[in-house]
Design a binder for this molecule. Sequence first.
Ligand code: AR6
Length: 197
Amino acid sequence: MPSAEPATGPGRDFGPSRLELSRGDLTGQHVDAIVNAANSSLMGGGGVDGAIHRAGGPAILEECRRIVAATGPLPAGEAVITVGGRLPARHVIHTVGPRWRGGNHGEPQTLARCYRSSLALAAEKGLSSVAFPSISTGAYGYPVEEAAVVAVGAVADVLQAGSPLRLVRFVLFSESDFDAYRRALAGGPADRRPDRI
Ligand code: AR6
């Protein structure tokens, strides 16, 4: 008989906080917030963004509209939070990843800021569990092997520094993405990461 909760995947503990990898669909995650790989308009799109709005329903888009009306388009690297609508997650944190332009246009720094901004917002709101997709590696074209190192490194740095978050999970859609993140996690400390993130 299948268990109600999926088995936990590979991970790493940072004191009371856990970074975990799993394969599957982000929209089904039972966490306090899932993170959307959005675009600056916050008006929805394809990929994981489309899946989140389809599954969560119109309440998410309504709140996105109010946010953009009040503060304008969301710059890459920043994050905002809305309700989760019909999703199992109570909240959606929307962040905008960098478009890949060859790697010398600040892409790693912007991508790292997406993870840091999202986690800072989650902590500020008193949340304890967050699930991320692989930001920027779909429509925005960031090579997944490189993005995985930045993503895992940025989250590990936040948890290492001490965070109220107890669980940060990457939910990878494909086996090959999952393997890239597993390699990044196994790569461990900073000596394997690109500089100046
Ligand atoms: N669960 C988990 N991961 C998913 C899911 C899902 N349900 N669906 C797709 N992915 P993308 P980006 C993976 O393109 O590159 C949108 O149109 C997907 O396989 O969703 O940041 C926005 O509106 C890939 O690995 O996001 C923006 O315009 C990863 O999620 C633009 O795309 C990210 O792919 C953002 O592009």
